[in-house]
Design a binder for this molecule. Sequence first.
Ligand code: AMX
Length: 438
Amino acid sequence: TKTLKETLQEVIPAKQEQLKKLKAEHSQAVIGDVKVENIIGGMRGLKAMLWESSVLDPSEGIRFHGLSIPDCQEKLTPAPGGKEIIAESMLWLLMTGQVPTTEQTRQLSKELAEKGELPAFVEQLLDSLPKTLHPMTQLGIGVAALNHDSAFQAAYEKGIKKSEYWTYAFDDCINLLARLPALAARIYRNVYKPGTELPKIDKELDLVGNYTRMLGFGDNQNMTEYLRLYIALHGDHEGGNASAHTAHLVGSTLADPYIAYSAALYALAGPLHGLANQEVLRWQQAMQKELGENVSHEQIKEYLWKTLKSGQVVPGYGHGVLRNPDPRFLALQQFCESRPELMESSTIQLVKKTSEVAPGVLMEHGKTKNPYPNVDATSGCVLYHYGLTEYKYYTVIFGVSRALGCITQLTWARALGLPLERPKSVSMGALEQLVKSS
Ligand code: AMX
């Protein structure tokens, strides 16, 4: 059986050829206009970067190399005894564009488990951080510190050819992913369960199986399966979102994958992006506290208006690209609906009821281009139900997941020899001149 790296080695030349041809034959072809609204509107809608592993369609949602979420649920190998997509099979698909065999998936799980231990100095570093420091800040610090052992950085210092960049970048990427569960679980234990024993990595388990065990939820098979699905679904959402774009931008300076991904984590830590899942739980809990049990749709409607009138956004709703309910939201809702015990949870019921009312309210409010729920509207409530109630930790789980897409891009950007990213900025004065002369 070929390893992931060997498979990549086989698929890279065809992609390099494709890019070479595009450059040679179409470099000057015009594929769109740049409007003033793109420049002052956060570059929405501007097609300006290459990203191979997934494409986000505004109405239908994400596809990974052409496969929709239901396609992936049908085709990608689950864990032994499980049903949900696992990180390894999703990573293989993202990296190579191919659906891995069960044997390939298991081999990758083994490789990740073997590489998963943290260097002692990183453990000490994490243990020395104040427990009051946000878990996302801690995760970014831990990931950046892993660059102590960066193969890419060492090879670059020694002097390597551009054509060799990707193999060192890939090795760093795999080591980074392998170590994320131990890093993220250590932060959870330090902050929320001090003094409890962190289990060692089980070499027979998949990445997320190990992560769940290290968090202390390994006995709960439903939680393990939920986290497998959660982590596979949050892995990649094309390139323009803030975390993915940051990883790509920082990586384009030839900073090693650890620091590039550390930077991405801090983009993920903003409330308009990944931190929204923490915000949803915080907001829903405040709603529950104010309104009590058995809340009616009418009461939720009033609460939504109160949030909007106070000038805040409704967390978990809206999207920079999507214009329909997020299929990741639908897949997580489906997970709940297939388990009666989840549907009885008051937190999950409240999230579901909110999703039935909020689109109407947001449409009436009339600002957001997308009144529908995004993945963050529902991702936290299941964690909460299973006992992971510390919602300031939720974005860390997203951070373990988003590595899948970012390390894929970091590997491919080096394999394709993509250049330093450096768009042109303009001042308002220059923009006025450009408008006059257009
Ligand atoms: N509640 C209230 N107002 C909202 C809103 C929401 N959920 N979503 C958008 N709006 C407002 C915007 O703030 C903006 O107002 P302004 O004109 O006064 O600045 C207006 O509607 C138009 O915004 P838009 O074009 O529809 O959205 P955008 O592309 O600028 O922003 C996003 C997208 C996600 C930041 C926004 O919808 C939002 O703030 N949502 C809530 C936070 C959230 O759930 N983020 C998670 C997104 C998914 C992810 O990255 N994990």
